[in-house]
Design a protein around this ligand. Structure first.
Ligand SMILES: [Zn+2]
Length: 470
């Protein structure tokens, strides 16, 4: 007899497991944190019940790339290009983050994700100036209650003078692997977030890859972002035997089609961050080109210093960007849509990208990403009684085009209810709010004393310039 049992009863179940499919009315049984059964009707008594009538029940979303530490400087980069971002944050504000600011950012950013139904987030943590920063980042992830991958990514010494930064990945990754992640079974696991050939030297890249393999960690790396990505990074990695099925390639916008094929052949995964890519000038999202190469991508938020942190808008944007490209291509080739052709990318594709493909890109698809018996119960319930969701004709279409974080009613992580009746449970959200405000005040004061970014403002009125710190 299991210790705990919970029946989620009578919802519209989108399992994202192709063998199980969608259930117009379905029950999900959770036992000891895991999905025990999914069926149109389960005859179970003697257990806690969540009435899911009027809700969509689905797996939690997976965000495969977020620089979570930036949550307290929310939206300051709303109108920046990629280079403004590199100057303003990486050679600018990042230097003034203290460990408590990193904690505040990770706590706020991860709770924000949970609140929006993202139960798994890869924290691409690249502002770790000291071991204390890394410990604080990990503590923030743990305290949020979410499933997370802590992707250790160095800090200002590694990111301060990109491209061509000659400083190796911090050795502290070894300590963190030993002291925090001796097991890979926890709710928070570890990966390495490497700069790759675009941002560091070839010699350092090779050294960084050796470190990942020594520590037996998955890798996530930015490639193909804007001008920086036109240097054929994948071709170089292939020449050096660095491509494998434990690596996620983030962005991919300006990689060659042949490079995408190399990634596909190696079994690698991809992360598309459409909103930031179109906003900052990385190039067109690579979704369609990845599909052509044989890769079904995952989706990611990237930076909440610029944009919002939910997956509904990412699904919508990824789909629409590709539709616009496909429509433009048809028009350019003189092919009329009056022939009744269906466009190749649909709402269900992007829903899979936001769930199961994300889990795959984190190496966690045996634990999450679908409602499958045996997997952990990372589940969300979405309200469908809002006027904008009523009547519910096409649940997948409604999720992609109409839904938003305000409709996320209930969130479970490994069977534990962390959001119920539209509100996160516990004191952490209030704490995160206070700490993030303190961090913002600290950063404003520190920036005012820093010659390079003394003009920093957080109200949208600051456009960073290139500068060198003394
Ligand atoms: Zn990024």
């Amino acid at each position: 007899m299991p210790d705990s049992r919970l029946l989620i009863q009578g919802g519209v179940v989108l399992s994202i497991d192709r063998a199980i499919g969608d259930l117009a009315r379905g029950d999900v049984l959770v036992e000891d944190g895991r999905v025990a059964a999914v069926a149109p009707a389960l005859e179970i008594s003697d257990c806690e019940v969540i009435d899911a009538a009027g809700f969509i029940v689905m797996p939690g979303f997976v965000d495969t790339h977020r620089h979570t530490w930036q949550a307290p400087v929310r939206n300051i980069a709303a109108d920046w290009s990629l280079f403004h971002y590199l100057w303003g944050l990486h050679t600018g504000l990042s230097r003034h983050f203290r460990p408590q600011d990193t904690y505040a950012g990770n706590l706020l950013g991860t709770l924000e994700a949970l609140d929006a139904g993202i139960t798994t987030m890869l924290d691409w943590s690249h502002n770790l100036a000291t071991p204390e920063h890394a410990d604080a980042a990990i503590e923030g992830l743990h305290d949020s209650g979410a499933r997370a991958v802590f992707a250790h990514g160095g800090g200002a010494p590694q990111w301060g003078s990109v491209p061509g930064n000659p400083v190796a990945h911090p050795d502290d990754a070894r300590r963190i692997r030993d002291s925090h992640f001796s097991s890979d079974d926890g709710l928070v696991t570890m990966a390495l977030a490497l700069r790759g050939p675009q941002f560091t030297t070839e010699e350092v890249s090779l050294q960084d890859w050796r470190l990942a393999r020594e520590l037996d960690l998955r890798i996530t790396v930015h490639v193909g972002d804007g001008e920086l990505g036109k240097t054929r990074p994948i071709e170089w990695m292939q020449r050096h035997g660095l491509l494998d099925d434990r690596t996620t390639y983030v962005h991919c916008n300006t990689l060659g089609d042949d490079e995408l094929k190399l990634i596909a052949d190696s079994g690698g995964t991809a992360s598309v961050a459409s909103i930031v890519e179109m906003q900052m000038g990385h190039g067109w999202p690579a979704t369609g080109r990845l599909l052509d190469a044989g890769i079904r991508p995952s989706l990611s938020i990237d930076v909440c210093s610029a944009i919002g942190g939910d997956m509904f808008s990412q699904m919508r944007t990824a789909l629409l960007a590709q539709r616009a490209l496909d429509n433009a291509d048809l028009e350019a080739r003189g092919i009329s849509l009056s022939g009744g052709e269906r466009l190749r990318l649909n709402t269900r594709d992007v829903l899979e990208f936001a769930t199961i493909e994300g889990a795959r890109a984190c190496g966690l698809d045996d634990r999450t990403g679908s409602i499958t018996p045996g997997k952990d119960a990372d589940l969300i319930l979405i309200r469908t009684d809002a006027l904008a969701m009523t009547p519910l004709n096409n649940p997948v279409g409604a999720l992609v085009y109409n839904a938003h974080p305000g409709l996320v009613d209930t969130v479970l992580v490994r069977g534990r209810v962390v959001k119920r009746n539209g509100a996160l449970i516990g004191q952490m959200p209030a704490r995160a709010r206070v700490l993030a405000e303190q961090t913002r005040e600290h950063l404003l004061v520190a920036a005012a004393d820093d010659a390079g970014i003394a003009d920093a403002r957080f109200d949208g009125g600051w456009t960073p310039r290139p500068h060198v710190h003394a």
